[in-house]
Design a protein around this ligand. Sequence first.
Ligand code: UDP
Length: 448
Amino acid sequence: MEKSNGLRVIMFPLPIQGCVNPMFQLAKILHSRGFSITVIHTRFNAPKTSNHSLFTFLEIPDGLSEKDKSTHDVTLLLTLLNRSCEAPFRECLTKLLQEKQRISCLIDDAGWIFTQPVAQSLNLPRLVTNTYKVSFFVGHFVLPPLRRDRYLLQQGSEQDEPAEEFPPLRKKDLLQILEGETEVLDSYSDMILQTTKASSGLIFVSSCEELDQDSLSQARKDFQLPIFAIGPSHSYFPGSSSSLFTPDQTCIQWLDKQEDNSVIYVSFGSVVNITESELLEVAWGLRNSEQPFLWVVRVGMVNGTKGVEAIPEELMERLEEKGKIVKWAPQQEVLKHRATGGFLTHNGWNSTVESVCEGVPMICVPSVWDQLLNARFVSDVWMVGLHLEGRIERDEIERVVRRLLLEPEGEVIRERMKLLKEKVGRSVKENGSANRSLQDLVDYISSF
Ligand code: UDP
């Protein structure tokens, strides 16, 4: 580790799993380059401070009721947080700036839309982090006007055709994204756009030239800001995650007993929910594939009251013959394990990048928002996975698992994934594009 450079960076993660992990990775990177780190965080989904003894933590109240905290509507949750955190955040930041220490800048997620005016009023530069794929972040600002023309997209039967408005989505993907779009989301996106443009720079914490070359040039044109793409941030400190849930480490001993590339790992991330009937279809599909599987069924992931108990006892016994079900997995370790041969994923961007970094081919089951675009890159552009095309049905799942793990087609996909892994791996090594971008970021922050 480099010695302290006397500069402090204030970080303010958005309290959802997909944003917390990359923000803490960035904090660790900056700390290793000599910066002191203060993390301001909400009470809701507070990070486990004991896991990060090198940082200073300051908690602010977030005003969320128990009902707010249990909502599955992410836009609503973010809107409420943005509304109630502004005053306590301003107070906290003002106090920090009065202390005798050199504070270089604020780094927080694009999803915090009140922090730009607050930082500006206190003369503090703000850098914005983003956890989407660059092409989704740049492209998704076209969605609000498209929503008004949704009926045009619905015409014609060729829903599998490319959506020219937002490549490489297909028309049916675009429709699915627009179905979930609301006016609240539109105005939230607009605020993200405005406040990001007013910031001092944009950091893509999980992207690099190798995954996003064209959209990075587009982003530089659109935003006219210094833009940094520091690569898969977890690869700078492998094996360290900032999980909000407790990972079940028995997964690893279980994987140790399985053959190389034989296990299908199944996870839908930290937010997506499924119905009881989808749960049963996945269960039957995995069992009938006769392949070993490791399946994450989060508490609260299944709509309805029963959760994993919706699986009848007899089926559960049969599942246990072949697989293991856990509430939360140490995902990066699981993907790194020699036994993991495929990842049936919802294609959150973190999960997608983690899979690429470990060379694990995917089966794509995107459900909402950027997941649909990430999945198209995996299946149609990089061709490192198979797409379930929304068919969460037992026969389809059985077939696709066997295609990926047992058939020659799966081997070809695995070879392609190996090449992509190597390309992305090189970018974080010395002189790689992501590594250079990180050095530029460090120099930039030091210059404030
Ligand atoms: N994750 C994990 N254990 C699990 C499931 C997910 O550690 O059992 C982590 C995963 O490694 C990733 C994050 O949770 O870093 C999920 O982020 P992603 O962007 O993939 O999806 P989101 O949860 O935001 O939909």
